[in-house]
Design a protein around this ligand. Structure first.
Ligand SMILES: Cc1ncc(COP(=O)(O)O)c(C=O)c1O
Length: 435
């Protein structure tokens, strides 16, 4: 990957903490008003916590925010908060928190694994997995070059675990070429020149590649290759529940092809914090030690584990709504052809990646326009709508659907996108007339 591509990738971190590009909004009064969030009532079930609606200076609720930056922005709803408030707790480092134990048992059963461990984050979960699988200095893992583990986890496996990474090219659908994968396996051990291959990591769904679902036959092939060479397979399954829903299979049907998995509870499933690492009993026993060493022993963690359990038991079914909303938005982009391009077959789950085909409109500018309330917008749309998205690779934009985004919000985002597109094309035409 070129340096340029990397710096574009990292643009998302140059946004301010609210995720909105720092260019001045066109309509200043809304910016002032945006500081005063109000609750919003809705009939959309227990997971709706009342998204903020912002009053305009006149008092009318004219500004709506549709936050498509990530499914990590979800907030626990009343049902989840109640479960948290009522959770029985104990000291989990002593193995005495009944709610954590219950979550771990529930997760292990659901995933078809022997045991599971509740951990603070997906990043720590992946790091622990790498530490346990690659437990000798000089061990090596094979990871996709566009995997979250490789790109977005600060090289923790090298920095903290002393594990070397060999990368394999990530294809557009999140898979690898199996021949290339096999070529990365080292055979030199114990020759002192070489590290020892121990682990293959896969990511499902694939974040950077736009929520792509790994085909079951691919996982089966990877596992066969790993078995042949005595390696383990770890899945970064931060969004594996989205994959299971998209494929219409129980998650255990996916995970039968991996030795271990890390599943995030705090993304589309809506828990405020936490991931579950699952695998064989001896792997989890070692993982408990690593978690403690990394500072991830959480004492009365039942308060958050209660939310995690509810997430696993009650929030999986609704992921299909996110997938549907993402497709609806993608379809609408096609109506603005040739400004936008999207591969509909690649829109499989809740993450949408689309391209801007006009080189004069950068993803950064497009996202800034989507996040601002433009002149004439309230008249055209009946209200101001700020849609938050991230610029992505090259000329692309990423948008992520989650439980905070209803079909109605999706329609608002579509109207906003169409408004921004027509304004942009109008301005471009005017400039062409001038020159
Ligand atoms: C695929 C993938 N893996 C791991 C993580 C890390 O999760 P966390 O933010 O809980 O550390 C993320 C977060 O976005 C992710 O998308």
């Amino acid at each position: 990957m070129s340096l340029k591509t990397f710096s574009r990738l990292l643009f998302r971190f140059s946004l301010n903490p609210s995720g909105i590009a720092s260019k001045r909004p066109l309509c200043e009064r809304h910016e002032a008003a945006a500081a005063v969030p109000l609750g919003r009532g809705s009939a959309r079930g227990y997971y709706n916590v009342g998204k903020p609606r912002y009053p305009s200076p006149g008092g009318a609720p004219h500004l709506r925010v549709v936050d498509l930056r990530s499914d990590t922005v979800t907030k626990p709803g009343p049902g989840m908060r109640q479960a948290m408030a009522e959770a029985e707790v104990g000291d989990d480092v002593m193995g005495e928190d009944p709610t954590v134990n219950n979550l771990q048992k529930t997760a292990a059963e659901m995933f078809g694994m022997e045991a599971a461990l509740f951990v603070p984050s997906g990043t720590m979960s992946n790091l622990i997995a790498v530490m346990v699988h690659c437990r000798e200095r000089g061990d090596e893992m094979i990871v996709g070059d566009l995997s979250h583990l490789h790109i977005y986890e600060q090289g923790g496996s090298a920095q903290l675990a002393g594990v070397h990474a060999a990368t394999v090219a990530t294809r557009l659908d999140g898979t690898f070429d199996l021949k290339q994968l096999e070529s990365k396996i080292r055979h030199g051990y114990p020759d002192p020149h070489y590290p020892r291959s121990r682990l293959i990591c896969v990511e499902n769904t694939h974040n950077i590649q736009g929520g792509r679902v790994l085909p079951l036959h691919f996982l089966q092939d990877v596992r066969a290759l790993a078995d042949q060479h005595g390696l383990s397979v770890h899945m970064d399954g931060a969004r594996v529940m989205n994959a299971a829903v998209a494929q219409g299979v129980p998650v255990s049907a996916i995970l039968q092809h991996t030795h271990t998995v890390s599943v995030c509870l705090s993304k589309g499933l809506g828990a405020p914090v936490g991931s579950v690492l699952a695998g064989p009993q001896d792997f989890i026993s070692r993982a408990v030690r690593c978690r403690k060493a990394l500072g991830g022993g959480m004492r009365q963690a039942g308060v958050i584990a209660a939310a995690g359990k509810l997430a696993l038991q009650e929030m999986v079914g609704r992921l299909v709504e996110d997938h549907r909303n993402a497709k609806t938005f993608a379809q609408a982009l096609l109506s603005c052809h040739p400004l936008f391009a999207v591969d509909m077959a690649a829109v499989e789950t809740n993450i949408l990646r689309f391209r801007i085909e006009d080189s004069a409109l950068s993803p950064q500018e497009f996202c800034a326009r989507m996040a601002q309330v433009g002149e004439g917008e309230e008249t055209a749309l009946g209200q101001g709508v700020r849609v938050l998205m991230y610029p992505h690779f090259e000329n692309s934009v990423r948008a992520v659907w989650h439980l905070g985004i209803s079909p109605e919000d999706t329609q608002l985002a579509i109207q906003k996108m169409q408004f921004v597109a027509s304004q942009y094309l109008k301005e471009k035409k005017q400039e062409q007339v001038k020159t």
